[in-house]
Design a protein around this ligand. Structure first.
Ligand SMILES: [Zn+2]
Ligand SMILES: [Zn+2]
Length: 406
């Protein structure tokens, strides 16, 4: 079982607690559309994990088999500590290149695309990162860190970074010198001039202090979260592709194929950042649906989605490929359709109605697809909860013959 599946209930409980606390403190940390979108990105990234393990772990295992210089024992505490620090060092460089090379930024910009900063931002992860991240960790395989140790320290490094995505925790005194904390990671998510390309660390902020990329959070300049080239959509599929589209367009504008190719390896900050960009770009927050019923609808759909998504994350690698693909298609189209709905793009009601009917029909026709253990009763319960969505969509379409406000 993918351990991320076990972490999901903890994620959900802490997100609800943080949202409640932020509201009590009068902190504008959450919006429903943004939070649901971040969670959709998280699901899409885990869908990608189910198909890219060969890249992220398979190539590592092959390199360890064929190229290792030493055979480090997996039962030594020293090896585990060494592996965690080594992983964090490799992560620093993978993350730094993720910000400083266009091709890698196209994948990583997903994580920075929210203009809010809260625990859901931590789950806003890329679905395409596995294609470019794996070479950064091969030095660990060559030194001889066993694949099992590598997989677990990678998970520890990833899970550590969850809690730092919050505005509720201030500075942490001397820990700020050593560790990645909410304060120094807030700087990493800022688009203010002083925040750009700063604080890349995963667990240790030491790397940033050593390699000159550290910046302390300033009290006199509140961090403006997000990126200078906003995604401008709540559709997570588009959000994952937009970075590549941007590079492609900029490449096409070049005069020679070599220059077009070079664009993929240039730094995103040089050509893209314009003076004052942070303040002149429209905030995604202003695009959020004004209709509270629409925001509640998206939250309700996420509440329904979390059970099959958790089930998929837990079991995907053990499913036959055809079933895994079908299941993934359901989850991706679900997140995409709710994204189109939040964008209120043309035809969103029809698309969402078709999506709800298709998911219910599939759950009833093939209950084993979603829940092999509980089967038909779970499919019936799911359908009973999901079908009222159709009534809501119909009501929104024609209350007393008038189109619903958009
Ligand atoms: Zn980053
Ligand atoms: Zn982050």
């Amino acid at each position: 079982v993918n351990p991320i599946a076990w972490a999901i209930p903890v994620f959900m409980a802490t997100i609800l607690a943080e949202a409640w606390l932020a509201r009590r403190r009068g902190l504008d940390a959450y919006s429903a559309a943004d939070a649901v979108t971040s969670l959709h990105y998280g699901i899409l990234s885990q869908v990608a994990v189910a198909f890219t393990r060969l890249l992220s772990f398979g190539l590592y295992a092959v390199a360890w088999e064929q190229l290792r210089l030493f055979s480090l024992p997996a039962d030594s505490l020293v090896v585990w500590v060494f592996a965690l620090v080594f992983y964090d060092f490799c992560y620093y460089w993978a993350h730094r290149c993720g910000h400083e090379v266009n091709l890698l930024w196209a994948a990583h910009q997903v994580h920075h695309s929210s203009e809010r900063y809260n625990l859901t931002t931590a789950l806003r992860q890329t679905a395409t990162g596995a294609f470019t991240a794996w070479p950064f960790y091969l030095p660990m395989a060559i030194v001889g860190v066993p694949p099992k140790v590598f997989a677990i320290v990678a998970l520890v490094d990833l899970l550590y970074q969850y809690w730092v995505h919050t505005q509720l925790v201030g500075r942490l005194g001397p820990l700020e010198r050593l560790l990645v904390t909410p304060s120094n990671h807030r700087v990493h998510h800022g688009q203010n001039d002083y925040c750009i390309d700063r604080n890349y660390g995963g667990i240790l902020i030491l790397w940033d202090r050593m390699f000159g990329s550290f910046a302390d959070e300033r009290d006199d300049e509140p961090v403006v979260y997000g990126i200078r080239s906003p995604v401008g959509s709540f559709d997570p599929v588009w959000g994952n592709l937009k970075g590549y589209r941007d590079i492609w367009r900029r490449g096409r504008a070049q005069r020679s194929p070599w220059r077009a190719l070079a664009v993929w390896f240039q730094s995103p900050s040089t050509p893209l950042s314009e003076p004052g960009a942070a303040s002149s770009r429209p905030a995604l927050g202003s695009r959020e649906p004004a209709d509270p019923a629409l925001r509640r609808y998206a939250l309700y759909q996420y509440a329904l989605l979390v059970a099959p998504a958790t089930h998929f994350i837990a079991t995907a690698v053990s499913l036959p490929m055809a079933q895994r693909l079908a299941y993934a298609a359901v989850l991706v189209s679900w997140a995409m359709s709710v994204g189109v709905l939040l964008d209120q793009r043309r035809g969103w009601r029809r698309l969402e109605a078709v999506r709800v009917m298709a998911v219910c029909a599939l759950a009833l026709a093939a209950p084993g697809l979603f829940t092999p253990d509980v089967g038909l009763p779970a499919a019936l319960a799911f359908t009973a909860l999901a079908l009222p969505s159709l009534l809501w969509l119909r009501r929104r379409t024609c209350p007393a013959g008038r189109p619903a406000p958009t």
